[in-house]
Write a protein that binds this ligand. Structure first.
Ligand SMILES: C[C@H](NC(=O)[C@@H](N)CCCCN)C(=O)O
Length: 457
């Protein structure tokens, strides 16, 4: 058989990049919806009567099912057993259903006694029906988007392994951050003068449906590839398979423990922070409501350019472990500025830009480091486990931030004081730094090569 006959669609550069475009667009729509409500915290307070603690509970509900029902572990198992197309299609469906509930919770139709209102008003009456339905929707959305994210990583490995994998992952992350950028800078504009919260959510649901269509196009390409390389895929699938027993082995690996702790602390100081950041910009720095979201948009904006660049740097020059230490130091500096710094706008600009740097190079260093710490046969389990641990932080920190914000502003009728909430973020940075040093120490001891280039010459 000639080499040509063994070639598959995966060997076509245009087919690979086309697949990357379809799944990156899907993640763009997912990240857009994830942050669509973040710039609307003030409108939720004013129009729906949500307290900051309730808003925090809503933001943390993203991870409720992922943490309490171990959904990411099940997602990993389903992905291994039933494949990319089934898992992706099903969980994108869950993501859209959740997003729709979230949208419906904020409509006048529902809040004026529409379908389900009376039922949701009949229990836990201290919480508004809008909050309860939004939480139900966002928690389903959180399951869908996280498992879609794991599926997309697997898709990229399938199409790009041995080719431009790091670049593809960097570009996919950068595109997803574009969704965050659009949410932060566009959400209030979409809500209009009257701040109609359901409007940007309706856009979000529509985008997700278009993302779903893009995934269908991917499915057709995937089907074609499977037909061409059935044998190879079966072997690769077995190699990557999620095994529950692997979880115990992972927790015997100090490198995995430290990188997982660093991951949860780092991301807790970024994603939950970003949920409150637009309001922080208004309350502390007196930015105009509409511009506050764009200020936070500086965070993903920088990463869109810098994540693939740092990815390429780390691929060629290494220094991944040192970069993670530096990222943790920057977290401490940035959040100290927010907690203790003066309330001048320039400080907010500088802090957001510096945070954008940390948010570019830590993910660029962290995700490709995992294969250096964990054997390839346990990679599927390692990524599912690390996302699951990360979700504990994504669940707890928004709730804690909101509760601390309310409790430290009791009786305050002026602008909200964010100092205590931001001190918590400084704490995350300090612990992240500690674990980054521990990671460096075990790297030295066990020779993972975290500071070595990803590309071996
Ligand atoms: C790749 C990584 N993704 C995650 O960490 C997700 N588990 C969380 C996504 C939250 C979406 N706003 C990343 O985005 O760096």
């Amino acid at each position: 058989m000639s080499a040509n006959l063994k070639q598959s669609i995966r060997d076509s550069k245009s087919a690979r990049w086309f697949v990357l475009a379809t799944v990156s667009f899907l993640m763009f729509t997912g990240y857009f919806f994830t942050d669509i409500m973040s710039p609307l915290q003030g409108a939720l307070r004013d129009n729906f009567g949500w307290s900051n603690a309730e808003y925090g509970m809503f933001a943390g509900s993203y991870s409720f099912l992922n943490v309490f029902c171990l959904m990411l572990i099940f997602g990993g198992i389903i992905l291994d057993k039933l494949g990319i197309r089934f898992t992706g299609t099903s969980f994108i469906g869950v993501m859209i259903a959740g997003a729709f509930f979230n949208y419906y919770a904020m409509t006048d139709t529902f809040n004026n006694g529409g379908l389900g209102y009376d039922f949701l008003n009949s229990f836990l009456t201290q919480y508004k029906p809008s909050l309860k339905l939004a939480i139900l929707g966002y928690t389903l959305f959180g399951v869908g988007v996280e498992i879609a994210g794991i599926t997309v990583s697997r898709i990229l490995v399938k199409w790009f392994k041995g080719k431009e994998l790091a670049l593809a992952m960097g570009l996919e992350m950068a595109t997803a951050r574009g969704g965050m950028l659009l949410a932060f800078s566009g959400s209030r504009l979409m809500a209009g003068e009257e701040q109609i919260v359901s409007r940007p959510l309706a856009f979000g649901v529509l985008f997700l449906v278009i993302g779903f269509l893009a995934f269908f196009i991917h499915n057709m390409m995937d089907k074609k590839m499977d037909a061409e390389v059935a044998d190879d895929t079966a072997a690769a699938a077995e190699e990557d398979e999620f095994k529950v027993s692997d979880i115990f082995l992972l927790f015997k690996n100090p490198g995995f423990i430290f990188i997982a702790l660093l991951c949860v602390l780092f991301y807790s100081a970024v994603f939950p922070f970003s949920k409150f950041a637009p309001d922080l910009m208004v309350q502390k720095y007196m930015f105009n409501d509409n511009f506050a979201g764009s200020m936070v948009g500086l965070l993903p904006l920088g990463t869109i350019v810098l994540t693939p660049l740092f990815g390429a740097f780390l691929d060629n020059k290494g220094k991944g472990a040192s970069v993670m230490v530096l990222g943790a130091i920057l977290l401490i500096i940035v959040h100290s500025i927010f907690a203790f710094g003066p309330d001048q706008k320039a400080f907010a600009f500088i802090a957001m830009i510096v945070l954008g740097f940390a948010f570019s190079f830590v993910p660029a260093a962290m995700w490709p480091s995992i294969p250096k710490i964990v054997p390839e046969s346990r990679l599927g389990s390692a990524y599912a486990m690390i996302f699951m641990i990360q979700n504990v932080g994504l669940m707890l920190f928004p709730m804690i931030l909101g509760a601390v914000l309310d409790s430290s502003n009791q009786g305050n009728t002026g602008n909200l004081d964010y100092s205590n909430s931001m001190m918590l973020m400084v704490g995350c940075g300090v612990l992240a730094l500690f674990f980054a040093f521990m990671l460096k120490a075990v790297d030295k001891k066990n020779g993972y090569g975290l500071d070595l280039p990803n590309i071996q010459k």
